[in-house]
Design a protein around this ligand. Structure first.
Ligand SMILES: Cc1cc2nc3c(=O)[nH]c(=O)nc-3n(C[C@H](O)[C@H](O)[C@H](O)COP(=O)(O)O)c2cc1C
Length: 186
């Protein structure tokens, strides 16, 4: 399996990092792009240097490299995840404004009818954010804001992050025990 992964400059870099770690554990080949602002948020929010994130992926491309394989629809993959996805990148994708490799790879993913999963992060949301999400949902993207659940009684940030990333892996049918599953009431 081949998955394109992108991290943008919304808060929550830990979601993208956790996704990369879990995909590596599942032996999935990953193609990673970090936006310029992701490089800042990674260093502001986590103990990682942005350069160390590259080591978690199978292939890494510069956000400015619009000639990378993932910029073309002829490159075959099983889907793309942007975690977290800023409102700026969300807007670029919703409006076909493919000026960097994150938005171009997402644009191509949509046009080739491959799975595009976005973990958009902002609050509160104004009408333009919501319209962009609706546009993308109508174009086939999965809009999956990293909103925590509490029915599994999370006690750490890791519990919260794992739950969301487990649900992302579920969308690709990648076996995982990150997301505790609701067993129903007796
Ligand atoms: C610490 C920090 C947190 C941010 N959090 C968010 C956020 O949650 N959502 C968002 O849309 N933008 C957020 N931003 C702003 C984006 O980084 C900015 O809009 C940037 O242009 C996004 O570019 P990119 O999508 O290419 O990474 C944040 C910026 C910083 C420095």
């Amino acid at each position: 399996m081949h998955i394109v992964a992108a991290i943008t400059g919304a808060t929550g870099a830990v979601y993208g990092i956790t996704l990369l770690r879990e995909l590596a554990r599942a032996n999935v080949e990953t193609h990673l792009v970090l936006s310029d602002w992701a490089r800042h948020t990674i260093e502001l929010e986590t103990d990682y240097r942005a350069s160390a994130i590259d080591a978690l992926a199978s292939h890494v491309y510069s956000a400015n490299n619009l000639a990378a394989p993932i910029a073309s629809g002829s490159f075959r993959h099983d889907g793309m995840v942007i975690a977290p996805c800023s409102m700026k990148t969300l807007s670029a994708i919703a409006n076909g404004y493919a000026d960097n490799l994150v938005s171009r790879a997402a644009d191509v993913t949509l046009k080739e009818k491959r799975r595009l999963i976005l973990l958009p992060r902002e609050t509160p949301l104004h009408e333009i954010h919501l319209e962009n999400m609706l546009k993308l949902a109508r174009a086939g993207a999965v809009i999956m804001p990293p909103v925590p659940a509490f029915y599994h009684h999370p006690t750490t940030i890791t519990d919260i992050v794992h739950h969301t990333i487990g649900r992302v892996l579920d969308l690709f049918a990648i076996e995982n025990d990150l997301a505790s599953r609701w067993e129903g009431l007796e």
